[in-house]
Design a protein around this ligand. Structure first.
Ligand code: FAD
Ligand code: NAP
Length: 421
């Protein structure tokens, strides 16, 4: 049934007809949809701008990264993690799991194909997906147009880095990297490093810098919820999920904050003011992830990591903070977050809003009109991905089965004819 037809057109752009959906992105979300579609017997094509699966994990994360949530909340549909994996698998183990996942379900993405635009053609009832090759080989720059029935957006919540523009940055002189290019504190031994941002990345990188004898200062411009990763030997996340069966979010938030206070103490004393809204409510309403502490707070308490307020401006080898304090700084790590890139290529405004997320929140943000789907935009990490992927595959599988039944009735004629080829 798997059916792709390539056509060289006279303007040198190849046209590829996909008899099924095109999935954009070969991260965990794209792979999960692919695996579920395989089970439904639906053919598909996965397009990936990088040269490997799970490029965020393989190329844009630091060495010491481990999953923050227990493995049962991070596994993809139809394949549990190996039993000998620890509760919080390392980045290497997670990548190993994803490689075996792609192999088991025979998912072979078309690598080095960056989707530049995707548009629904009302007349033909088909999606037109244009890519450009990112390969360094002779095919670099080549353009292809995929034509398909459905489009599954799996480009992730973290597709692009948020790079703030701060006055004087160009005069600074030292190196400034986004955390997606930070690998280890090894390169920073003995240096004074300014870490901008206090999400999970900023907190963990500050800890990593400490372990490598660097001197980190972490910029906290706002409030932040820090929770212990584990409470009484149980993962805080697991505990919250358990409590959600019986209690409203606001009450669970209160309980979490009481437990956090007992375990971590008053974080405000160390410059980490808590938001007025509780951690789960804040995550649900604004998508702001609480920090799960794995040792950073202890280093803040001991003074090994300094908490500093927002930056006013950079100058050569220095930074001035909004409270007037001046710091000498050798290097800067911007742990300032990520954003979706969907608005830059998807020509559609009904289903996705201009922040690159579906307008309808979880659990309704997986299906749009005209065969458009989204996976992995739930702000619920990998467990949200699994739930989206199963729904999408079921929906497409149902349509596929109905269509193929009718096609058989029409005695072997093609599903529909693409006249321009
Ligand atoms: C440092 C870090 C740690 C994390 N840890 C956890 C965790 O422990 N647990 C958890 O549940 N979540 C975690 N997350 C959230 C994370 O986003 C998900 O785990 C997961 O990677 C999401 O998968 P995804 O496939 O939706 O997105 P991604 O993994 O980002 O994959 C999207 C893919 O789409 C490709 N792509 C993007 N644009 C295009 C384009 N135009 N054309 C073609 N391809 C394109 C990208 O190259 C990428 O390979 C973490 C995130 C970060 C940044
Ligand atoms: N081990 C793990 O599982 C792990 C590790 C790392 C990350 N992650 C996940 O990856 C995702 C991204 O996390 P992240 O920490 O990279 O990003 P993030 O959660 O979006 O945090 C970005 C941080 O940067 C700050 N910031 C942004 N612009 C700034 C500026 N101009 N000046 C000062 N501060 C600025 C933000 O402050 P404001 O709040 O004021 O905007 C925030 O503290 C999250 O889902 C996270 O849970 C998971």
């Amino acid at each position: 049934m798997f059916c792709i037809h390539d056509h060289e057109d006279y303007l040198s752009r190849r046209n590829v007809w996909v008899n099924g959906p095109v999935i954009v992105g070969a991260g965990p979300s794209g792979l999960a949809v692919g695996a579920c579609l395989k089970e439904q017997g639906v053919p598909f094509v996965v397009l990936e701008r990088a040269d490997c699966i799970a490029s965020l994990w393989q190329k844009r994360t630091y060495d010491r990264l481990k999953l923050h949530l227990p493995k049962q909340f991070c596994q993809l549909p139809k394949l549990p993690f190996p039993e000998d994996f620890p509760e919080y698998p390392t980045k290497k183990q997670f990548i190993q799991y994803l490689e075996s996942y792609a192999k088991k379900f025979e998912i072979n993405p078309r690598f080095n194909e960056c989707v530049q635009s995707a548009k629904y053609d009302e007349t033909s009832g088909l999606w037109r997906v244009k890519t450009v090759s990112t390969s360094n080989s002779s095919s670099g720059g080549a353009e292809v147009e995929y034509i398909c029935w459905q489009l599954v957006v799996a480009t992730g919540e973290n597709a692009e880095c948020v790079m703030p523009e701060i006055e004087g940055m160009s005069e600074f002189g030292g190196d400034i990297v986004h955390v997606s290019n930070y690998k280890s504190g090894e390169d920073y031994r003995g240096k004074k490093v300014l870490v901008v941002g206090c999400g999970n990345s900023g907190m963990e990188v500050s800890l990593d810098l400490c372990s490598h004898n660097a001197q980190p200062s972490m910029v906290v411009r706002n409030s932040v919820h820090v929770l212990p990763r584990d409470i009484l030997g149980k993962s805080t996340f697991e505990l919250a999920v358990l409590l959600m069966k019986w209690l409203p979010l606001c009450l669970i938030d209160k309980l979490l904050l009481i437990m956090a206070w007992f375990i971590l103490g008053n974080t405000e004393k160390y410059g980490l003011k808590r938001p007025a809204m509780g951690p789960l409510l804040l995550k649900n309403t604004e998508g702001k992830t609480p920090v799960l502490d794995i040792g950073t707070l202890q280093k803040i308490k001991s003074g090994d990591i300094k908490v500093v307020p927002e930056i006013k401006r950079f100058s050569r080898g220095r930074v001035e903070l909004v409270n007037g304090q001046n710091l000498e700084v050798d290097s800067v790590v911007l742990a300032t977050g990520y954003r979706s890139n969907v608005p830059s290529w998807l020509q559609e405004s009904e289903f996705f809003s201009n922040n690159g997320f579906p307008k309808s929140p979880f659990p309704n943000g997986w299906k749009g009109n005209s065969g458009l789907y989204a996976v992995g935009f739930t702000r619920r990490g990998l467990s949200g991905t699994s739930s989206d992927a199963m729904r999408i595959a079921q929906d497409i599988g149902k349509i596929w089965k109905e269509e193929t039944k009718q096609t058989k009735k029409r005695m072997g004629s093609h599903r529909r004819c693409i006249s321009q080829f």
